[in-house]
Design a protein around this ligand. Sequence first.
Ligand code: G3P
Length: 224
Amino acid sequence: MEFFLDTASIEDIKFYKPLGLVDGVTTNPALLSKEGGDPIAQIKKIAEIVKGPISVEVTYTEPREMVKHAIKLNKLAPNVVIKVPASIAGLTAAQELKKAGIRMNITLIFHPSQAVPFIQLEVDYVSLFVGRVEEFGLNNKEAIWQLRQSIDEMESPTKLLSASIRNPEYLLEAVIAGSDVLTVPPSCWQMVYKNPIFQLGERDFLKSWRTLPATARKEYESLD
Ligand code: G3P
């Protein structure tokens, strides 16, 4: 299982990389726009820091422009993977890009059925959005299991990439359901470790510890 970081922030990448949580990076137009500056320069910087796959999304919706844009973006770095939306136009473009040998991450998949033709095409990744559907009062955890079953049933090498992982519960479901990759936003890792019960527990342990006289604690606490 691989863990990508879902961000275009150099600062976040530098923070989480030493923690073993940046096997790759996924960007999208929203994440790039959030960083401001020159998106091309940003992608090149990310590709220098992270040797794993860097997902970069086309910003056109017509097949011909998608293909042209993908070919251009693919030249930014050897580890670039092109994000193509899971639409009919995206499928048309993906047929061309597959022939051109361009690695693809098919994005904006909200229902596993959207992924089926791309799995058949044996694209590199299909990105199932788990969290975003909550904005419509929906829950997409079951879809991870269905997509896992679909890829396995179709005996495709396509990797299941769980995305839009907005909280620890979605993260765990994505792991247990057998995702090949989770792309986790820094905000989710923050939620995982800003666990208030953990903080209370740690504080409680140390408060109890300090009821022991300093002399009794001395040897135990010595760092030599
Ligand atoms: O990589 C896809 C991810 O960035 C989308 O997440 O929470 O904006 O749906 P979200």
